[in-house]
Design a protein around this ligand. Structure first.
Ligand code: ZN
Length: 75
């Protein structure tokens, strides 16, 4: 049984990572992992637009680092 890490759960409600691509669950816009330094661009009218970070990959890296520091299981 893994301990839920709430900031990560929140992140995972907004974003999904597959095959090196980050995708917005709301509008399906994509960002490649090597573009982590660029702001994420949603499609017009996306419900998640403006509601959350423009740098989701950077946030994910911060979350992973926090998880490591806390010693929580990452999955
Ligand atoms: Zn979106």
């Amino acid at each position: 049984m893994s301990i839920p890490y709430l900031p990560l759960e929140r992140w995972q409600r907004l974003w999904i990572v597959e095959n090196g691509l980050l995708r917005c669950r709301q509008c399906g816009a994509l960002l490649r992992e090597w573009q982590a330094r660029k702001p994420f661009i949603h499609y017009p009218g996306c419900a998640a637009r403006g509601a959350d970070t423009q740098y989701p990959l950077r946030d994910l890296m911060n979350l992973r680092q926090a998880i490591n520091e806390l010693g929580l299981p990452s999955e």
